[in-house]
Design a protein around this ligand. Structure first.
Ligand SMILES: [Fe+2]
Length: 500
């Protein structure tokens, strides 16, 4: 239970048979990946859980090593130790999603089964920690891609984000339908197919308008319609689902809104059917279902908030990739959009770059859109968060996960706070051997940026993680509180503060 012992090929095949895993999804998996495998059974630990990080192994891909490697146990721990003082206003559930392959192997860091890690905070106390796999269709069929056919609907990894909307906590993936979570114990309630339109997919990065309470989102797919734009009202009811004409299926991870606009990014990471087939038949091949193809062109699309999508206008830009927008706002005839920009994604290592913050300005007043790009010179960072009360409106503050990556290997560092009014960059570095991830801003006070940012911080010396809380406007002062967990939390993606 819960250890990270290497398992034999016989073990893996037996688990696959018991779990309904198609043997084709294992293929001719080499010893390199098997050596990094752990148990596939979702056992629960309530005391002395062991979540030792897999040791570095030159034969294993980086996302199965160290604190990128999956944990193999679902843990429940209560009455957690806190150092410092947890702000009393932080009453709710901090929960973060990530990729945690059920079978211990995955063809890419992005392509493991979703696991959420949550810490319940109540008036200065940390009452419990839980981690739970999302019980998706893929999970129920043994985990991993390809176990139940093409992704979409319940065939999802649901491993990217959590969104707190209209009284529900939704686990979201790159594609597929949202899954509803029970915030009292992180169990999976079930899929919400009604939210996934007609193409059965929903982005992991919907945007909630702070004035109307509407949730704007999209879903992209690998077959027509390649893209749909949606609006949910503040009560959570889907009130609009409109197809968007795209010539091809592209990986569209994020988008942006202003108080009056929707901004899409049609960037040249294309769906690759050959890569998808090879990945499923041979997960050790390194094949993935996306490929970088700058000849496909890159463009930004702008249309009225709410639609109609027939009014979408496009402007060509230089090929690049953006996983995450920071925020956008309209200034007269211009849209100002800050992004974390990469020179490429899913391309050759020689084309890889650090994620750099750029300010894009889209001039919308004329007959044709025009575009300008300004580099904001800050240390590499991504996974941005802003004050949700300023979504789509003028904003001053942003927080990002600082990165020390090299080509082909993500490396997290500390927290960056950027004050756009002064240009000041404030940073907190966790210290030797400690590494953060996405910092989530939670408001606590009337002004923009008044509140807290929090993230799981991993300590390599203890192989445990803490939930670290920083004063959002004074991050360099260091933690105001740390919640000590009895386990490590693997590096992951996006979180939410759930108060339903
Ligand atoms: Fe993301």
């Amino acid at each position: 239970m819960g250890d990270a012992r290497p398992i034999s090929r016989r073990d893996l095949l037996r688990q696959g048979a018991l779990g309904g895993l198609a043997l084709g999804a294992i293929g001719a998996t080499g010893g390199a990946i098997l050596a990094a495998c752990g148990s596939s059974t979702a056992t629960e630990a309530t005391s002395s859980p062991s979540t030792t990080a897999p040791a570095d192994d030159p034969r294993a891909p980086w996302w199965l090593e160290g604190n990128f490697g999956p944990v193999h146990t679902e843990t429940t721990a209560t009455d957690l130790t806190v150092t410092g003082t947890l702000p009393k206003a932080l009453t709710g559930l901090y929960v973060r999603n990530g990729s945690n392959p059920l079978q211990g192997i995955s063809p890419h860091w992005f392509l493991g089964d979703g696991m959420v890690h949550g810490v319940q905070l109540e008036a200065g106390k940390a009452t419990w920690y839980r981690n739970r796999w999302i019980r998706t269709g893929f999970y129920e069929h043994g985990g991993g891609l390809g176990a139940t056919g093409a992704p979409g609907g319940t065939a999802t990894l649901s491993n990217v984000s959590v969104v707190n909307f209209a009284g529900r906590a939704l686990s979201l993936g790159e594609v597929g339908a949202p899954y509803v979570l029970d915030p009292t114990d992180l169990s999976t309630v079930g899929p919400s197919l009604a939210d996934a339109g007609t193409n059965n997919n929903m982005t992991a990065h919907p945007k909630i308008d702070p004035v109307t309470g509407h949730m704007h989102s999209f879903g992209y797919g690998f077959t027509q319609p390649f893209l749909e734009y949606r609006v949910h009202d503040a009560h959570g009811t889907l009130i609009s689902n409109q197809p968007v004409t795209l010539p091809k299926s592209v990986m569209m991870h994020d988008f942006a809104i202003t108080e009056s606009d929707v901004i899409f990014m049609d960037l040249p990471v294309l769906f690759d059917m050959n890569g998808a087939i090879k990945m499923v038949s041979d997960p050790a091949s390194g094949a993935v279902p996306y490929r970088w193809d700058p000849t496909a062109g890159a463009r930004i699309g702008v249309m009225p908030l709410g639609g109609p999508t027939s009014e979408l206008r496009w402007v060509e830009i230089d090929p690049c990739y953006v996983y995450h927008t920071i925020n956008a706002t309209r200034k007269g005839g211009d849209i100002v959009l800050d992004v974390c920009r990469l020179d490429s994604a899913f391309g050759p290592p020689k084309l890889a770059s650090s994620s750099t913050r750029h300010r894009w300005t889209i001039h919308t007043a004329g007959k044709d859109l025009t575009f300008s790009d300004h580099v904001l010179d800050v240390p590499p960072a991504d996974l941005p968060t802003t004050d949700p009360r300023h979504r789509g409106r003028p904003w001053r503050h942003a927080w990002l996960a600082e990165l020390n990556s090299r080509p082909g290997q993500i490396a997290f560092a500390g927290c960056q706070h950027i004050d756009m009014a002064t240009g000041r960059l404030d940073r907190w570095v966790p210290g030797p051997g400690r590494f953060g991830g996405e910092w989530l801003f939670v408001p606590d006070g009337p002004g923009e940026g008044e509140g807290w940012v929090m993230a799981f911080v991993y300590d390599g010396s203890t192989q445990r993680s803490n939930l670290v809380v920083l004063d959002a406007l004074h991050v360099s002062k260091g933690p105001v509180a740390e919640v000590h967990l009895p386990v490590r939390v693997p590096y992951g993606f996006h979180g939410a503060f759930v108060t339903v």
